[in-house]
Design a protein around this ligand. Structure first.
Ligand code: 5GP
Ligand code: ZN
Length: 115
């Protein structure tokens, strides 16, 4: 069994409320939602963060996750009012899980700048 919690969600050994899945990416509800809609979208392959988009393998994984996040935003009816996609990198970015993930946030007006 993988030690990475998001790899375990991909494997199905850790339960999650899955919204949509493709062979390359999985979208599921965040355990601690920060907005009426808070979905995490991850690639099925383990890459640590968006920083790996510099490499070919990471580039594909990031693109597939972004595409699924946009699809889920459309499916959940977020397009009309808008939404936010965020990805945190490292300590200063506030990343707590080292498996690249996109936060898809919607259902309320977002503030700027972020905290
Ligand atoms: P980060 O802080 O790395 O940008 O985001 C990690 C996110 O994963 C957090 O929003 C946190 O609530 C969520 N999270 C952590 N553990 C789990 C889990 O086991 N299941 C789900 N669905 N979300 C989780
Ligand atoms: Zn992982």
């Amino acid at each position: 069994m993988s030690e990475c919690i998001f790899c375990r969600i991909v494997e199905g050994t850790l339960p999650a409320q899955v919204v949509k899945r493709t062979p390359d990416a999985v979208a599921f509800h965040d355990l601690n939602p920060q907005a009426p809609v808070h979905v995490l979208v991850i690639p099925t392959t383990h890459i640590p963060s968006v920083a790996t988009a510099i490499e070919a393998r990471g580039k594909a994984a990031v693109a597939q996750a972004v595409a699924l996040a946009a699809e889920v935003a459309r499916d959940l009816g977020l397009e009309a009012d808008g939404y936010r996609m965020v990805t945190n990198v490292g300590e200063y970015g506030g990343q707590s899980v080292s498996h690249f993930h996109i936060h898809l946030l919607g259902g309320r007006r977002m503030t700027w700048p972020p905290g």
